[in-house]
Design a protein around this ligand. Sequence first.
Ligand SMILES: [Zn+2]
Length: 249
Amino acid sequence: MTAARVELKQVTDSVHLAQTPLVNWTLVIGSEGVILIDTGFPGDRPQVLASLRELGCAPEDVAAILLTHAHIDHFGTAIWFAAEHRTPVYSHADEVGHAKREYLEQASPVAVARHAWQPRWLKWSYDIARKGAFNHAGIPSTKPFSEDVARTLPGRPVAIPTPGHTGGHCSFLVDGVLVSGDALVTGHPTSARRGPQLLHHVFNHDELGCVRSLGALALLETEVLIPGHGDLWHGPIRELAERATPRRR
Ligand SMILES: [Zn+2]
């Protein structure tokens, strides 16, 4: 039996990045316990548990899960945490219905299939299917994130609403690190480029909203970015947001 492995990178005293080729999640540890910001696919559960173990934590130590948004690659393992451990799960108020699967805001399989002639997309489609991408379960217990909740959590995460990729997408600023989810990424298996960018428009619910949210992120002070996909990135966020903004609009 091979033990699950995950690349865990310490970003600050409290913030750790777990990176996989398909998606990232963030762990924030403090005296109040540990929180997860996003949780990978359903099939990433062994890796999520391995990342907790590396910090000396068990599943029941997770004080809360914050979701940047309710796409299956970001909330997949949260489904299990909520069901098995009653872990509190929070998202932006405008994303709660999505997390409960009252509706689905996701790239249509037909739109994605149009790209299947490209090897990158074909391989990605195969890889995500193996990770449980077609699981349609929701998390009925999802609650809106609030400042009252934040006060009880390690790192005192601050919500930065960044709608566009989904209607209630939200980034988080924690211990000086911007956790941007899919509002701003630095790579993706379907992209040939590395560096600050938006996801392919087929994945974005509202492309104009994505561009506006880059403008909101540009106003922040941070110089450390943990994206939902791609590598940890350093640099003034204003410059990263500018680089990600599509030209000629
Ligand atoms: Zn994603």
